[in-house]
Design a protein around this ligand. Structure first.
Ligand SMILES: *[C@@H]1O[C@H](CO)[C@@H](O)[C@H](O)[C@H]1NC(C)=O
Ligand SMILES: *[C@@H]1O[C@H](CO)[C@@H](O)[C@H](O)[C@H]1NC(C)=O
Ligand SMILES: *[C@@H]1O[C@H](CO)[C@@H](O)[C@H](O)[C@H]1NC(C)=O
Ligand SMILES: *[C@@H]1O[C@H](CO)[C@@H](O)[C@H](O)[C@H]1NC(C)=O
Ligand SMILES: *[C@@H]1O[C@H](CO)[C@@H](O)[C@H](O)[C@H]1NC(C)=O
Ligand SMILES: *[C@@H]1O[C@H](CO)[C@@H](O)[C@H](O)[C@H]1NC(C)=O
Length: 382
């Protein structure tokens, strides 16, 4: 036993001594890959719709969803039904090498990505949000949203909807609070939530439904101006995910992907603010969205929120879905207009517009500013 430990210590030491950047990074943090079973239920929508079985039907779906003055979701909605099950959630849990502090950040990615959005590998992990949070003493829990990546997949219409995904986020948070999540043995006095895009919409809805569940939220790539949703939908040039690449072949019809690199560019990247290698990687590794998600995406986004902890909204100036490409098109800025919805009011509300950045903040050249702003906010307010 002791000999094995010494050998593995020596092996680890040798690995660090010859380390490339990834090995050095791994040596400065303790991360574990987890598979978490969650038993959840939610009231999901029942839609009078058949999932698209080819790209023509996909485009028709997008055209209907984006039609001004109409609510396609409402037109298809026949009622609600309870969906329950035990699902598997894939997650990566990290602690700083120096040891865990008081606060755990729960990270929910948006459409187009899996949990690697928070620890993006291109350019030697230069864009890692996880590393930025660990360096400031926070632990992180990033997971693949239910329905995607290494988490359980499901029926893209009746099952994988925002409601059930929010139930999964609630269950993960409750397990973490109760020190009941296998692989995370530490009791964290504070748990905060960080979302990106649809992950921010989930985080917002989570705190509408359960206002005491979080000690602080950072909504990245977020606003409540829904008029620009169609820009994002049209930009995507959506196709069946299983028609995009071999990597997405296993997804059934009704899981949609962006059509090509230009689509991903328009949706997530702003002029002059990104490395083309990163765009190429984001396109090659993109993850799909379900028609059920797209029909339920805005759910509680416009509900008032009685969450009373600190709230940070941080969105790129050139963000397409949230700001139509210019967050300063209004005064106050579009992200600043979120404040009145927190009518309890929150202990601190701060809205930040990241100069020049697009919707995919973590993949933008400005990521150091974004990451510092979020950690500073939590340091000061949680
Ligand atoms: C569209 O209808 C759905 C279902 O009634 C509702 O939840 C949603 O808030 C509506 N969307 C908008 C933008 O009003
Ligand atoms: C997508 O569908 C087209 C038309 O059927 C086909 O030619 C192409 O090979 C498909 N691509 C993939 C990756 O499945
Ligand atoms: C995210 O998806 C990409 C593309 O499929 C994959 O290479 C990567 O390993 C995934 N990340 C995780 C943490 O599973
Ligand atoms: C939210 O609260 C404001 C008052 O603070 C009220 O005017 C508005 O109608 C509420 N909106 C909803 C959707 O309940
Ligand atoms: C890492 O990111 C910073 C900030 O955007 C940038 O200045 C630097 O060139 C990047 N390095 C690499 C290897 O991508
Ligand atoms: C809110 O928090 C930020 C730190 O991110 C701080 O600069 C600001 O002064 C705080 N606002 C109030 C009203 O305390």
């Amino acid at each position: 036993m002791a000999k094995a430990m010494i050998l593995s210590f020596l092996a680890a030491f040798a690995a660090v001594a010859n380390a490339g950047p990834r090995e050095k990074q791994q040596a400065s943090r303790n991360c574990q890959e987890l598979t978490v079973p969650v038993s959840i239920s939610a009231r999901n929508g029942v839609f009078n719709y058949k999932v698209p079985t080819n790209n023509v039907e996909v485009t028709d779906f997008i055209l209907n969803l984006a039609e001004p003055g109409k609510n396609y979701s409402e037109a298809l909605l026949e009622g609600y039904t309870t969906v329950s099950g035990t699902y598997s959630i894939a997650a990566t849990y990290c602690e700083p090498a120096a040891g865990a502090g008081n606060t755990l950040q729960v990270l929910t990615h948006g459409v187009g990505f899996n949990r690697s959005y928070w620890d993006f590998p291109t350019n030697d992990y230069n864009y890692s949000y996880v590393d930025a949070a660990l360096a400031r003493g926070y632990s992180t829990f990033a997971y693949d949203r239910l329905g995607l990546g290494q988490s359980s997949h499901g029926d893209p219409l009746s099952e994988i909807q925002a409601f059930l995904e929010i139930a999964a986020l609630r269950e993960l948070t409750t397990m973490l609070r109760d020190t009941a999540l296998p692989g995370v043995d530490i009791h964290y006095p504070k748990i905060v939530h960080v979302g990106h895009s649809f992950g921010s919409v989930h985080t917002y809805a989570l705190t509408v439904m359960y206002p005491s569940i979080s000690d602080g939220i950072a909504l990245t790539g977020f606003s409540q101006n829904l008029q620009f949703g169609p820009y994002f939908l049209f930009a995507g040039n959506a196709i069946e995910a299983n028609n995009f690449s071999d990597a997405l072949k296993a997804y059934p019809d009704g899981y949609l992907a962006s059509g090509d690199e230009s689509a991903v560019h328009t949706q997530f990247f702003a002029p002059g603010m990104f490395d083309p290698k990163v765009l190429a990687a984001a396109t090659a590794t993109q993850q799909p969205a379900t028609v059920g998600e797209l029909l339920t995406i805005s759910g509680l986004t416009l509900a008032n929120n009685t969450f009373a902890g600190p709230v940070l909204v941080i969105t790129g100036e050139r963000d397409i879905p949230d700001c139509g490409g210019n967050c300063y098109a209004t005064t106050p800025s579009i992200p600043a207009m979120v404040e009145p919805y927190f009518n309890h009011p929150p202990s601190n509300f701060t809205a930040v517009v990241v100069p020049g950045a697009g919707h995919g903040l973590n993949l933008d050249y400005s990521h150091p500013f974004t990451y510092k702003t979020i950690q500073d906010f939590f340091d000061a307010n949680v």
